[in-house]
Design a binder for this molecule. Structure first.
Ligand code: NFD
Length: 314
């Protein structure tokens, strides 16, 4: 049998593929099958990391017991049917993991999951729910109970369906209510104006958080409408769903302003999509900014000329 270079290369690639195929499968299996022990380890790691690195000043004098938090969290859904989990089961966990959060820093959101962590600067600038210990411990995990497994945790995560009373919905409902009740002073609300309506009536924000945002705890609200750069927004501050929100807040005595495509958000978007035409003049975006940039430039040229003339005549 004749064997040319091309066959040899294909054989090597096939060999390497066969050698590594188990790694590919293993990664996929890991995201579908998660033993209680590895779930526990990930949770514990997050718990220690949050208290020692992310937000250490808050826990210096009173560190939380991560083992206890894991047990309380697991008790929230263990042995319960995946679509029949109650929020009440998570109350002991939410109570135990609660810690103080700063005034004027809470940010609520809907439809902008990917943007929010960057906007809060991982909790350094603002505090989204995932920047609190309660949210940080659970964000991004799928989980549900099992009525047949030994410890009540479903190992096969693909058996954790999305349903109105899923473990995940039960947890985020009570966590969101708790987070809203804890807001103090000025709040921000970031909404996705690339979709219509910007606020879905079934969202966690609308059903769990908004009903629990009240005076005198919350005094003012800044609504930020954000759309994908390079596209036209579908909603603006006058759209019915946004107007409805501002009316609700104002009627509660919370002074509310709405801003479309805030500059600091656009700058973040442009860092990711610098070639978007919306980013062409981003550093000199508004008319007054552009004018003052021109004035500064002309002033600098004139001063330079005067300085050079002065030096040459000495
Ligand atoms: P939503 P909402 N990847 O956008 N909250 O108003 C992953 F992994 O419809 C926070 O219903 O807004 N998850 C959290 C995603 C959860 C993605 C629940 C994505 N690309 C409630 N997009 C949280 N995990 O931080 C969306 N999701 C998830 C509170 C998202 O994680 C917050 O304080 C969430 O589970 C915020 O003010 C679900 O889809 C408001 O409720 C609904 O996101 C956001 O809930």
């Amino acid at each position: 049998m004749k064997c040319n270079m091309k066959d040899l290369v294909i054989s090597v690639i096939l060999f390497l593929y066969i050698q590594h195929i188990h790694i590919v499968e293993c990664t996929c299996v890991l995201s579908q099958q998660r033993s209680t022990e590895s779930f526990r380890e990930m949770f514990m790691g997050r718990c220690l990391h949050y208290q020692t690195v992310i937000n250490s000043p808050e826990f210096c004098s009173q560190p939380k017991n991560c083992t206890l938090l894991w047990e309380l969290f697991l008790q929230g859904f263990a042995y319960q049917p995946p679509c029949n989990t109650s929020s009440e089961g998570f109350r002991p966990f939410v109570r135990a993991a609660y810690h103080n959060t700063p005034r004027d820093k809470h940010i609520f959101w809907s439809g902008v999951y990917r943007m929010i962590d960057r906007y809060t600067y991982g909790g350094r600038k603002l505090t989204a729910i995932d920047d609190t210990l309660i949210g940080y411990l659970v964000d991004g995990f799928d989980f549900c109970g099992s009525t047949t497994s030994a410890d009540g945790n479903e190992v096969n995560i693909t058996s954790c369906p999305r349903c109105p009373h899923s473990a995940s919905t039960a947890f985020w409902s009570i966590a969101s209510i708790n987070y809203a009740l804890d807001a103090k002073g000025a709040i921000k609300i970031m909404l996705n104006s690339s979709r219509s309506p910007a606020i879905r009536q079934s969202s966690f924000f609308f059903t769990k958080e908004l009903p629990n945002i009240h005076q005198p705890n919350v005094t003012s609200a800044h609504v930020l409408l954000v759309h994908s750069i390079g596209y036209q927004p579908k909603e603006n501050c006058s759209s019915p769903s946004v107007k409805n929100l501002t009316t609700i807040l104002t009627s509660r005595g919370i002074s509310t302003v709405c801003e479309e495509q805030p500059r600091d958000v656009v700058l973040l978007q442009c860092a990711d999509f610098p070639s978007s035409t919306d980013c062409d003049n981003i550093l000199i975006s508004s008319g007054s900014d552009r004018q003052s940039a021109h004035v500064s430039f002309i002033t600098a040229v004139v001063l330079n000329y005067v300085f050079q003339s002065f030096m040459s005549h000495r």
